[in-house]
Design a protein around this ligand. Structure first.
Ligand SMILES: *[C@@H]1O[C@H](CO)[C@@H](O)[C@H](O)[C@H]1NC(C)=O
Ligand SMILES: *[C@@H]1O[C@H](CO)[C@@H](O)[C@H](O)[C@H]1NC(C)=O
Ligand SMILES: *[C@@H]1O[C@H](CO)[C@@H](O)[C@H](O)[C@H]1NC(C)=O
Ligand SMILES: *[C@@H]1O[C@H](CO)[C@@H](O)[C@H](O)[C@H]1NC(C)=O
Length: 412
């Protein structure tokens, strides 16, 4: 037994230790940020982005509030969106090479700490729900004195694009959450399924969703055999797919509402892929869940590519055929439901949970849903990571990823 005085001296010395000796603890701690639900966003039948403010009583509900840990990340932003759009237009006309010397501005910014499990879990929840009955909210378009009391964007056959906006109480950081595909094959379908399907097939298939001769393709670029007209695919994407342009409008509208805020973009599935494309465009931190490979779409859309896309983090698991790019072939569950989800390479870094090996899950499109990921992957410690002293699997770049290897692209 130690004398009481000595014990208390030891205790007080020990309590000093972490602060005085640990170098990590001396560096400034990055704050935890609390976000509350502020707005819903949707697309009107005229393809305009509209917002609705969340009623005050819904803002203070606990399920609409999320605490996230942060960390510093490096990102690249275009000097202006106009310059970016100009570079993109030139690239479409004269080829990719002009994109090499785009004047990206390097910046250190505060982003979500994607090594923290609870932060990923909260981001997953934010990508998913925050569902608020929109009956009693008024939708409005920015810049016009225009409101409607009918909640379009939520009705059947409306454009398939909507989600939520969260902000910290001081508005310093804003999170834009994008809704995923309401695919029929995951049960339900929902009001936006039809529009989502066209977009999915344009963005994530090798050649206009030509799976075999029984398929109605979504663009006319198939040239027989395994040949596909490359320019044709790009043109179809640029002309027919509203997703990227609407995402751009949404982001620009949000920076108009919150001119001095940091904006993060998150989403699930198709929403995650779009979040990534917006992050690659504006240099905003991104966390995308179970997104299909969007790297090919970024190329086909001629997005100028920044020196690094490490501010984009993908989170997915190996039993999800949509994120893995294995939901293809005539007999796949995707094809049976009318989707050609053939792309597999992701931008940025990927945190991959090997649920096939470690949880003995079979590859099944029903594991794709965000609720499944929240409840079965993120809400419990991931043991293989814990064994390595981490909370989540290490993020890696997807090296040597090849798209659509059986297809030949050219000017046929
Ligand atoms: C918001 O986006 C719309 C397109 O949906 C655009 O016409 C409008 O100028 C934008 N408003 C602002 C204030 O950025
Ligand atoms: C909102 O509208 C839906 C159907 O349009 C209805 O089922 C629901 O009860 C309404 N909710 C409120 C709070 O009025
Ligand atoms: C934050 O932005 C909202 C608009 O969504 C505004 O009403 C509010 O006053 C702002 N709060 C602060 C602290 O700037
Ligand atoms: C999953 O990972 C943990 C920790 O590495 C390990 O103990 C367990 O046996 C693994 N389960 C399977 C089925 O491989």
């Amino acid at each position: 037994m130690l004398p009481a005085a000595l014990t208390s001296l030891l205790v007080s010395l020990l309590s000093l230790l972490p602060d005085s000796l640990n170098v990590e603890a001396v560096s400034p701690l990055l704050p935890t940020l609390s976000f509350e639900l502020r707005h819903l966003h949707a697309v009107s039948p005229g393809a305009h982005v509209v917002f609705a403010d969340v009623p005050q009583q819904a803002v203070i509900l606990e399920e609409n509030s999320h605490a996230l840990q942060t960390r510093t990340i490096r990102t690249y932003k275009p000097p202006s969106f106009a310059l970016y759009a100009q570079a993109r237009a030139q690239s479409m006309r004269f080829g990719q090479s002009l994109l090499q010397d785009f004047p990206w501005e390097e910046e250190e910014i505060t982003g979500p700490d994607v090594e923290d499990r609870v932060t990923l879990l909260e981001l997953g929840k934010m990508s998913n729900n925050a569902y608020v009955e929109s009956n009693d909210t008024a939708w409005y378009e920015l810049g016009e004195e225009w409101t409607v009391s009918y909640p379009f964007g939520w009705e059947p056959d409306a454009d398939g694009f909507r989600g939520h906006v969260f902000a910290t109480p001081d508005n310093s950081t804003v999170v834009l959450a994008l809704k995923g595909t309401s695919s029929g094959l995951l049960g339900g379908g929902g009001p936006t399924a039809k529009k989502d399907k066209l977009n999915d097939n344009l963005l994530f298939s090798c050649c206009c969703a030509r799976v075999d001769w029984t398929w109605t393709t979504v663009c006319g670029c198939y040239r027989g055999g395994w040949k596909c007209n490359a320019d044709c695919v790009e043109e179809a994407l640029i002309e027919d797919s509203l997703f990227y342009p609407i995402g751009i409008n949404l982001y620009n509208n949000l920076t108009y509402m919150y001119p001095s805020s940091d904006i993060w973009v998150i989403g699930h599935s198709l929403g995650g892929a779009l979040a990534s494309l917006l992050g690659a465009t504006f240099g905003a931190p991104v966390v995308a869940f179970e997104a299909p490979g969007e790297k090919m779409a970024a190329g086909r859309l001629h997005l100028p590519s920044p020196p690094s896309t490490q501010h984009i983090t993908h989170v997915y698991h190996t039993a999800d055929p949509i994120a893995m790019g294995t939901c293809n072939g005539v007999l796949s569950s995707c094809a049976l439901a009318g989707y050609a989800m053939e792309s597999r390479c992701h931008l940025g870094l990927s945190i991959v949970y090997d649920t096939v090996s470690n949880l003995s899950w079979s590859v099944d499109v029903r594991t794709h849903g965000i609720v499944n990921v929240i409840e079965k992957v993120l809400s419990i410690p991931w043991l293989p990571a814990v064994e390595e002293g981490r909370e989540v699997p290490e993020a890696h770049e997807e090296e040597d990823c090849v798209e659509c290897y059986s297809w030949e692209y050219g000017d046929f």
